[in-house]
Design a protein around this ligand. Structure first.
Ligand code: IPM
Ligand code: MG
Length: 359
């Protein structure tokens, strides 16, 4: 199995190294992957003046799956939009047709006290956010900054979704709900925005094909509030690109740290790209402090969804659980006074747990 590895910027290379370490540790057990590296994001802009060079895109296309670190950094903020690191990621999603973004946010037993919320509120939280990833205001045209007759400038973007785009992401979400708690909450702003009024109609139509899944609808402002008030009420949440971006960061803080949330971005055929939902964290880059678990858990999702290796995926997830249960913490997860380990030590601990020795 051929994996394209795109470490990117900031902490990207450090966390990716740990995920690759964990995948390699499964070789003796029969998992055989080849890893081909390429630049993306700011690292690619630096070397090739393009955040998604043609050879990186070609490698991603010809691989069975893509493992992605993170992109971005303050040194790139002044660049024209097309050269900014984020464009590397957004174009990759669009070019590969990765419309379905799965972001599971669950509280790992033992991490309740690391959550931003009271332990009794987050205990048992297990939400799957299904975020549409190639449409919405992220990609809608026209967009730009123009000068009005008055001489004042105006910025504008276009929120748009076609019925087909809503239908296919709704199907992914209903199918996921079927395999879980059979509850789906669709999040929109149908009281204000036409785009999401259509979204709600189409999701409701698709719901008729899934009578076994309980469908509800919620406005995004209320959903943001309910997520911190009573997160256990949610099973699967489906929403558009921008609302999903925001709600998934919010959900991550409930699970203890943004450093814990993996993601899978899938196309129509299950080919995918796997990345932690957090960013490049330039403030801690190169210091060996970053939490690699979101990336390691993303590698597990890769084994499950693109490589169909459920047993290996489980083994990685169990190893992460046991490391957390043993009390190992990177800085983002630790409470005051708790001992802290670095990025590589956390990766080593997961490998040790995988190989059956005590972390
Ligand atoms: C994410 C990130 C990206 C997004 C950025 C880096 C473009 O925040 O994956 O959630 O907005 O989708
Ligand atoms: Mg985000």
């Amino acid at each position: 199995m051929k994996i394209a590895v795109l470490p990117g910027d900031g902490i990207g290379p450090e966390i990716i190294a740990e995920a690759v370490k964990v995948l390699r540790a499964l070789e003796p057990a029969g998992l055989h992957c080849t890893f081909s590296y390429a630049d993306v994001g700011g690292a690619a802009t630096d070397r090739f003046d393009d955040p998604l060079p043609a050879h990186t895109l070609a490698l991603a296309r010809e691989s069975d799956a893509v493992l992605f670190g993170a992109v971005g950094g303050p040194q790139y903020d002044a660049l024209p939009r097309a050269k900014r690191p984020e464009q590397g990621l957004l174009r990759l999603r669009k070019e590969l047709g990765l419309f379905a973004n799965l972001r599971p946010a669950r509280i790992h037993p033992g991490l309740e006290s690391a959550s931003a919320l009271k332990p009794e509120i987050v205990e048992g939280m297990d939400v799957l956010i299904v975020r549409e990833l190639t449409g919405d205001i992220y990609f809608g045209q026209p967009r730009g900054i123009r000068t009005l007759e008055s001489g004042e400038r105006e910025g504008f973007d276009t929120m748009r979704y076609s019925e087909g785009e809503v239908r296919r992401i709704a199907r992914v979400a209903f199918e996921a709900a079927r395999r879980r708690g059979r509850r789906l909450c669709s999040v929109d702003k149908a009281n204000v925005l036409e785009t999401t009024q259509l979204w709600r109609e189409v999701v409701t139509q698709v719901g008729q094909e899934y009578p076994d899944v309980a469908l509800s609808h919620m406005y995004v402002d209320n959903a943001a509030m309910q997520l911190v008030r009573a997160p256990r009420q949610f099973d699967v949440v489906v929403t558009g690109n921008m609302f999903g971006d925001i709600l998934s960061d919010e959900a991550s803080a409930l699970t203890g740290s943004i450093g814990m949330l993996p993601s899978a971005s899938l196309d129509e055929h299950g080919k995918g790209m796997y990345e932690p939902i957090h960013g490049s964290a330039p403030d801690i880059a190169g210091k060996g402090l970053a939490n690699p678990l979101a990336t390691i858990l993303s590698a597990a999702m890769m084994l499950r969804y693109s490589l169909r290796q459920e047993a290996f995926a489980r083994r990685i997830e169990d190893a992460v659980e046991s490391v957390l249960r043993a009390g190992l913490r990177t800085a983002d997860l630790a409470r005051a006074g708790e001992a802290v380990i670095g990025t590589a030590a956390m990766g080593d601990a997961v490998v040790a747990a995988l190989c059956g020795s005590q972390p």
